[in-house]
Structure formats: C-alpha cells, structure tokens
Design a protein around this ligand. Structure first.
Ligand SMILES: NC(=O)c1ccc[n+]([C@@H]2O[C@H](COP(=O)([O-])OP(=O)(O)OC[C@H]3O[C@@H](n4cnc5c(N)ncnc54)[C@H](OP(=O)(O)O)[C@@H]3O)[C@@H](O)[C@H]2O)c1
Length: 248
C-alpha cells in the first residue's frame, strides 16, 4: 500500500476547508513535510495550531512536520516567489478559492473579470513555477457546478470549465508529472459561509436529497487528493466527489 512517506506536499488553500483536510490526511499518511499556504497570515497560523491538535487527537504517530506560508494567488509574482522559496516538492495541491459570485443578467462584467484570478491564473502560475520531483503530481480543484450549473452561476461554471481543461493541457505539458483535478459536490467547510443567505437555507434540503444522504466532509474529499498523489497511473483526470449530487 503506497504512503506519502518521505514526501513534501505544498497545499495552497490549506488553511481551511478541503485543503486543511488534505493537510491533515497527508500527515496521517506519513508525509514528511506539509506546507499550508493561503493569503491570511492569521488563518495560516490558526490552521497550524488546529492541525497539531487534530493530529494528536487522531492518536497516530505522525513523523512529519507542518509549516505555513502566506501567499496571494491573485499575485503571480507572489506565487512565483513562494514556489522559489519552498524549492523542490513532491506534490502540489490547490484548493484556493475565493467566495462565489452569483449574478446574471445584471452583472457588471468589467468589475468581475478578475473572477479567473484565483482558480485559473493562480493554478496556472503555480503549476508553471513549481519544481516537482519525479513521480510527483499537481492536483487542482473545481466543483460540481461544472457539470450541473445552477441558475445565476454561469460565469462560475465557465471558470471551472477553464480549470478542468487546463488540467488536461497541463498533464500533457508537464508529463511525466501528473496533473489531475478534483470536483467536489457540497462540502461542509468555511466556504459555505460565503453563500447567499437564501442558498444556505437550501443546504440541509440538498443534503437529505443526495444519494449518500449527507453533505461531504473535508476528510472525505481528502481521500481523492491522496489517491491522485499516490497513484502513479492517473493523470489528466477529473474525479467527481459529490455524494451522487449530479443524479438529483
Ligand atoms: N465547500 C464546498 O461545498 C465546495 C463545493 C465545490 C467546490 N468547492 C471548491 O473547493 C475549493 C476549496 O473550497 P473549501 O470549501 O475548502 O473553501 P474554504 O474553506 O473557503 O478554503 C479556501 C481556501 O482558499 C484560500 N484562499 C482564498 N483566496 C486566496 C488567495 N487569493 N490566495 C491564496 N489562498 C486563498 C483561503 O485562505 P485565505 O482566506 O487565508 O486566503 C482558504 O485556505 C474552492 O475552490 C471551492 O470553490 C467547494
């Protein structure tokens, strides 16, 4: 059974939600070094404290270490500096995502063209600048809206489609480094706090309707990211971890 023993993993977006789950699962899977990065220094520091506690509670012997970095993926210079600073890594995971913007038809296009900055340009720049060791991987993140858009989400689904395509392009460009993308359905994270109030009321209803009858947990999503890191025979793929959400 493959583990992450001896591996260094950088998780951009690791200070909360799914990325935090990947950081915890990586340490429990024997990663040597886990680096979590995001734009808020306070969030990175709080996540490191929480991580220490969670790993202790998990009761396993964790050999690896966790550290934090501050990066704003909207700033390509900042992203390149981070990748230069961390040096060689085995796996790069991107779960960084800014709050959802739902709007149509009254949206101000000029004020929203930056919607590609975090998920698309952030992912592209990090993939371009990362120094990944042989056998390593990059895992990006999109969302179920790609295949099942909701009313008002067309721009968001467009961004996710761009990242989905980017994944296959990068898998070819960076081969033999493997590049995959995870597409989560609804997951219980801080991200949901940014949803419009009326939508949050719908979440419980949605959870009950899902085939698995519960909202996803970050730990459940982390399994897919670990698989993409460990399995040497997967690249250019999208894995949908959505509790069967696309069937309802
Ligand atoms: N939760 C869901 O139901 C769900 C469903 C489908 C898809 N997704 C996608 O999955 C990804 C992760 O979601 P999540 O639920 O884990 O969200 P989350 O808990 O809000 O985590 C997002 C992470 O991204 C970081 N981030 C945001 N802007 C950044 C920036 N400019 N530079 C660097 N880091 C930045 C945040 O930290 P800072 O604030 O410190 O920067 C945080 O660590 C997102 O792309 C989201 O769209 C989530």
């Amino acid at each position: 059974m493959a583990t992450l023993a001896g591996k260094t993993i950088l998780i951009i977006g690791g200070s909360s939600g799914i990325g935090y789950g990947v950081a915890k699962a990586s340490l429990l899977s024997r990663a040597s070094k886990v680096i979590i990065a995001s734009s808020s220094k306070a969030k990175v520091e709080a996540a490191l404290v929480r991580l220490k506690g969670d790993i202790t509670v998990a009761g396993s012997t964790v050999e690896g270490t966790a550290s934090g970095e501050v990066v704003d993926v909207k700033d390509s210079k900042n992203v390149k500096e981070l990748l230069e600073h961390v040096g060689e890594i085995d796996h790069l995971v991107l779960t960084s995502g800014d709050p959802v913007r739902t709007f149509f038809p009254d949206m101000d296009l000029d004020a929203n063209k930056d919607i590609f900055d975090v998920r698309f340009w952030g992912g592209f720049t990090a993939a371009q600048a990362a120094k990944i060791r042989p056998g390593g991987s990059i895992t990006l993140t999109i969302g179920q809206i790609l295949v099942k858009p909701k009313k008002g989400w067309s721009l968001t689904s467009g961004v996710l489609g761009a990242v989905d395509s980017l994944t296959r392009g990068l898998a070819v460009d960076l081969a033999p480094i493997r590049v995959n993308v995870i597409s989560p359905g609804l997951v219980k994270t801080e991200f949901l706090d940014g949803f419009p109030t009326e939508m949050r009321g719908e979440l419980e209803k949605h959870a009950n309707a899902l085939l698995v009858q519960h909202i996803g947990q970050p730990d459940e999503l982390a399994e897919a990211y670990l698989f993409c890191m460990k399995c040497q025979y997967i690249t250019g793929q999208r894995i949908e971890v959505d509790g069967g959400g696309k069937f309802i």
